[in-house]
Design a protein around this ligand. Sequence first.
Ligand code: NDP
Length: 296
Amino acid sequence: MELLDGQLVSNIIKEGLKLQVGQLTVEGKKVPHLAAVLVGNNGASETYVGAKVKTCSEIGFRSTLLRLDADTSENRLLNIIDDLNNDVDIDGILVQLPLPKHISDEKVINAILPSKDVDGFHPINVGKMVQGLPAFISATPHGILLLLEHYKINTKGKHAVVVGRSNIVGRPMSVLLSSNTPTGNCTVTLCHSHTPNLSELCRQADIIVAALGKPEFVTADMVKEGAVIIDVGITRVPDSSKKSGFALKGDVKFDEVAPRCSYITPVPRGVGPMTIAALMKNTFMACEERSGGSLI
Ligand code: NDP
């Protein structure tokens, strides 16, 4: 079994971006600028946004963090997004999800200019991705592809089972793994909460992407010997032995599954850091595009 070390690979990607930003600075060109919007004070969201802003500063990107109260109205948020869309200095916009219940995720995502939608959630980017056209790809699936690419994992002709069909992880992952690309060409089974015989389907999989948000859901008896396991899940479970009071658990029962597989991502240090690396790559691409590139 080999560990798919997301922390290591994300560091390599970030180093590469840092060099590219250094080059932009030497040439007197604009460096990428990410705007992050955080509404309310959800603990996990604070952590994720904090990590994204910190990464920007580590690699030389500029970042602007806009913190808004939990009772911010939908209209005010939409006006703020409009301002960011029109701000020529901002290359990428991310609005940390989940949003408070009184704000529609859909309206907010649709309000972001597709050319600044570095999270890749806007229907225009999703549509382009489905058609295999250049697009911002949702950061988590994009990060998983970068991980598969780094470890030269052969996906061609494999059976991939994706558990979870959310718009930000499972569904785009299923499309990308089935696309005619070097990290695609799988035959994909997309599973959800109404899928019967889930264990049986998982046992047939060469690759399992677990993205359902149920800690330690995938157990050894659901995994074929030699399978590749990508664990997207991150759930905070109470743990009094930790200073924070919680431990992070993936969707895979790592200790019992790891000995059965060929490759597996740990939690933490697996998909999480790759998501941030992919977001940074998307932001760099947005900046290049706005400076006259032609990728999107
Ligand atoms: P969602 O809650 O939006 O979607 C969960 C999906 O899992 C749904 O499609 C749901 O099915 C399916 N599901 C739930 N229970 C079962 C079950 N028992 N059997 C089969 N399918 C089931 O979650 P997200 O996609 O946003 O996130 C999934 C996990 O990934 C979470 O733990 C989240 O924290 C983590 N995450 C990690 C990231 C990272 O960077 N590492 C980034 C984003 C998310 P149905 O549609 O039928 O309800």
